[in-house]
Design a protein around this ligand. Sequence first.
Ligand code: PLP
Length: 434
Amino acid sequence: MTPNRRQFLGAVTAASLTGLSCAPTDSAPDGARAAGSAAGPAAGSAAGSAAGSAAGAPSGANDPLGVRGAFPVTRELVYLDNAYITPSPEVVVQAGQAFLDAKASGPVSLGEMLAENDRTRGLFADMIGASLAEVGMLYATSDGENIVSKALDLGEGDNVVIDDLHYETTYLLYQELARSSGVELRRVRSQAGGAHPDLFARHVDDRTKLVSVAWVSHENGFQHDLGGLAELAHAHGALLYADAIQGLGMLALDVKESGVDFLTAGTYKWLLGGFGVAPFYVREELLERVGVDRYGSLHVSEDLGDFRYRIYSDARKYGYATFGFGAVYQLRAALEFLQEVGVDRVEGHTVPLAHRLREGLLAQGYPVWTPADNRSAIVTFDHGRDVGRVRSDLERAGVKVSLKRDGIQIRAGVALFNNANDVDSLLELTGRWA
Ligand SMILES: Cc1ncc(COP(=O)(O)O)c(C=O)c1O
């Protein structure tokens, strides 16, 4: 493991961080506002870390990771809607603001923005154990699978295997490809909220070209076993794609250990960033096979003269034109923040809180759609009560969750800034309804 990746895994301990940052915890929220100082474009974006991000404030039972002071949302709400949109810490807001300020007072050079993009790609690569060459920048999660599926040249007789815990994008994409190219879409039916490799094995064969999953499902938080799926896919000459938007930032992942071939993650959820950028990982050996599916000036690596150009051979080729650079600045600050906190500490904090919620709900008699011992921070259950009452009780209590399936289902996601009191606030409401 590289030292950079080790940093993302919380090798920088909370104790060593306390010297870095001066932000207080819950008890003195206002002071936290002064603590952040994002290194935005005007401030010289090469400036090192998000020091002062409040990622290293003293921890306590109410705030084990010492981060609550960095998240204004904790002063307003019991925010458990993180699987929908995760609030950003102040340092990320400041990084975005600094970019806007710099643009308002003069042009931010393209070279500077591209350099920031490369730093951000580097941080993301460190987080997932990839090389810089394997990480490109796209606009949204859906872009990654669009690019991969087109590059695989799917046709009659081929099949793609997905499951019923996958996101809408994937269904739309392969239904359209099935219509236009004749590729077969095979759907694995989850059992008891899970879709383990043995269920996929019933559908994968030697004509399978791709197995695709939402690593952590937006439906019920089920974490797919990427290692087992990669092994299965590779044994049949197929490849594994992961939509990682609901997992990265919440869970530690080493792409090399997992064997996943491609992944993409939008950044507005657990990665704590904004909208408009999505890092895309392509295993090095596949970079040549996965070509570009559109063209623009920004993936030119060399001007060969006479209007002829060479395109990057590494994953920079996927970023073909100017994109949401503001979100790149936000993402860099967000990744530095996560690096300071340590993603494995986030996992170690949030997953047990999700288990606490799940067990509490089961004890109150609710049908829970998230399987036991699941390693993610998302829990989904049916409340079985009048939707209007549930909505107004949640609002009155200041508890934010997702209401799904016409309001009958609740999805809660526990983020790094949540604590046991937040989980218990939801359990108090559900206890009343029960
Ligand atoms: C599993 C999953 N994939 C993808 C997305 C969003 O996709 P995109 O970034 O392409 O808008 C979501 C949003 O909720 C999601 O939960």
